[in-house]
Write a protein that binds this ligand. Sequence first.
Ligand SMILES: Nc1ncnc2c1ncn2[C@@H]1O[C@H](COP(=O)(O)OP(=O)(O)OP(=O)(O)O)[C@@H](O)[C@H]1O
Length: 793
Amino acid sequence: MLGAASYNSQISEIQILHDIIESNLDFKILNALFMQLRPVNIVVSSLQDGHFLKIIKQLAHNGKINMFSSPTTTDDYKSDEKVHILPKKCFKFKTCEQLILSMSLTSAPKNEKSRKLYIRSLVDFTQELTVCALGALLHFLDTPLVKLNLPTNFTIMSLKILNMDNLVWLGISTYESLQIFSAHEHPSIYKWTKNSTKEGPSIFSLLNRCNSIMGSKFLKNILAQPTKNLDIIKYRHEFIEFCINPSNESVILSLTNCIKHCRCVSSTIVKMNGGNASMYQWRLLYQTAINAITIGEICERYSEQITFFTKIKETLKDSLYTMVNAMSCIIDFEKSSIQNRFVVKLGFIPELDERKSKIENITELLNEITLKELQDLPSYINECSICKMPEVGFLLCLPFWKPYNLMTENDYKIQDLEFKFHLTDKVFYKTSRCYELDKYFGEIESSIIQEEIQTMTKLSEFIIQHWISDLHLILKLIAELDCLIGFAYVAKDLKLIKPNILPKEHCIINIINGRHILQEKYVDKFVPNSYHSSKVNQSIKIITGFNSSGKSIYLKQIALISYLCHIGCYVPAEYTEISILDHIHTRIQSTESVSSLMSAFMVDLKQMSVALNESTCKSLVILDEFGKGTSEINGLALLLASISDFVHRPLHLLPHVIISTHFHSLPNLLQQIINKDILNDNVQYLSMSYTTECSKIVCLYRVIDQIKNQNKSMAHSIAAQNGLPKCIVERANKVLLSIQQDECISPMTENLRYKLFYRRKHFIERVLELMQDKITDAAFKDLVNDMENIRYP
Ligand SMILES: Nc1ncnc2c1ncn2[C@@H]1O[C@H](COP(=O)(O)OP(=O)(O)OP(=O)(O)O)[C@@H](O)[C@H]1O
């Protein structure tokens, strides 16, 4: 059983996963959880068994699970910089329950009793593991080390239940082989938060036409959570259709303009909560709220036609208008940006206005005081003024009463005046009246600032407690809106079509002239291919073809089209009809790499065992060259046994399977081990078409429904076409013939390639001698004879 809780410091949200049964075969749920949450720190109990701790560490550090790793060591039980192993007491149910009931949830009522009731309505205390996980998480968040690393004050704005039921399962290797995210992000796919600017070709970079950062972030969530929920897919399709319609262009443009001004306000809220949000952040919040309202109002106009607009309209709450009104009535944004502090607008607090007017009407008072000061000054001074300087406050300013060069130190000394400094034509003093002015205005000014800080704090509290959750709700949908508008642009540019998604009862994938959305950008002319699979239509396909004939691209394109259908995107095909899938398993050869902890064969085995154990008639299983990593005979035997398992399954467990292979004997062997009728009902053989031009092979990249040249591998001709020395290819052909005819392979006595090389070298040396007239006629004849004999290797 697995229970989990997570805290997202960016949006101050707790997410909990209710107790769920996990398969320790592939840790599917744990994998999906890591994929979805991308945790920075992981907290586990010291009571956990070593194998699980090992798996957690692998996921935290490599993003991959190695089921075949070495036995558990004491190191697995030690905390590291990412995985924190807490003592079991932190996971004790009773302690955890207390911690949860006393957590500081901003949306909870202030009254202690109602607060507890409110929390109990959010957290199901019968979910034992979830409660322990959440309690331990709260305990961890309360430790000084963590507090230091959190942006500012630790707050919990909301609590959400994670729902994994609607997820279509894709393993990490599937994400990699289908290039859903950029290769640059591999292997630490979870480090998305560290905004990597590098972005290789990937489905993410292709679909990311977002106009806001929150849109791009949401796109990553959409891509990491392909869904089985038909309603979600349908409303996304409906919205894309609306966007593509040219008559709606202006609506989409207005929406896009508003989206550009919307920002994720989570960090602003965290700062506001700590009382240190900058004026830039206040303005950002205001602008975001105004634009969110405008978006909501635009959506309201079309809400009867489009479901997604209805969803957005429903989140346009009165509280948003109240918040914007309050902000515009209270904050003087212009003066705030000049003074770089929160300035309250005139008219909001009468006493504050009065104090401000006292400061603004200072001239009258200063004139009065200037006259009094003049009366007290010696008779030789007949002019003066009062000014205010930063730091020093009010000063009496006297213009020089003598030419500058005649002014002496003694002249500056005047009874009852405190000399401060002089400039080239003026001298400044502090007088008792100046001190009084300092005190009077200083008090007024500080009381104004204090009052404005208080107003700011009250406004912040109000925003956080009453309005922000509604703003969060609408912004989440705006982020999705941003992604979906991007999907529509991509659909228009890449000529994608709306797939027909069938409900769960069906088991069908029907793709007519599908394309590989990434690969088609890199070839001059991409050849589209179709795929049909259903319970009645041979759902196991075995595809053969020589190297580089397009098998892997075909396999990937089927997986990708199926995947795109489940994120609610349009697809690259002429027509697509697909029933909701539960799993997309792929084993595509490109993914074994240095970062993988397993050998190619181990990956093969793991993938096949997951496919055999987990697949249902709603799964798509793609196996590219299974068994390549071991001896041919072993690989072939395992593949035969696995196909035979699929073929003999009841229909509700028979998945859509596509296997590409170089084992040309596979069809014959299958006929020997499986009943002919069962085989014909379930298995279809496909191959990649080709033609020959001037004895060279030309790939046509077209998938055909027949076994063509199945008994003959074209590997040797392809090798020659790709620059392998001709003598080596010839030798390989001889060896192959001997094996096929069960003859002895003639030993090779010399290295033909080097023999030819030295003969050519010698030949060239003699040609050079000839050019220097160093060669006789007889030697020249010899040379010509030799030329006939030298063949190019
Ligand atoms: N449908 C297509 N249209 C045009 N070009 C294609 C198509 N499919 C594949 N190609 C081209 O052929 C190349 C090789 O394709 P792919 O890797 O799928 O071959 P393969 O049969 O899987 O090879 P191998 O058996 O050696 O792994 C691709 O990189 C691409 O350039």
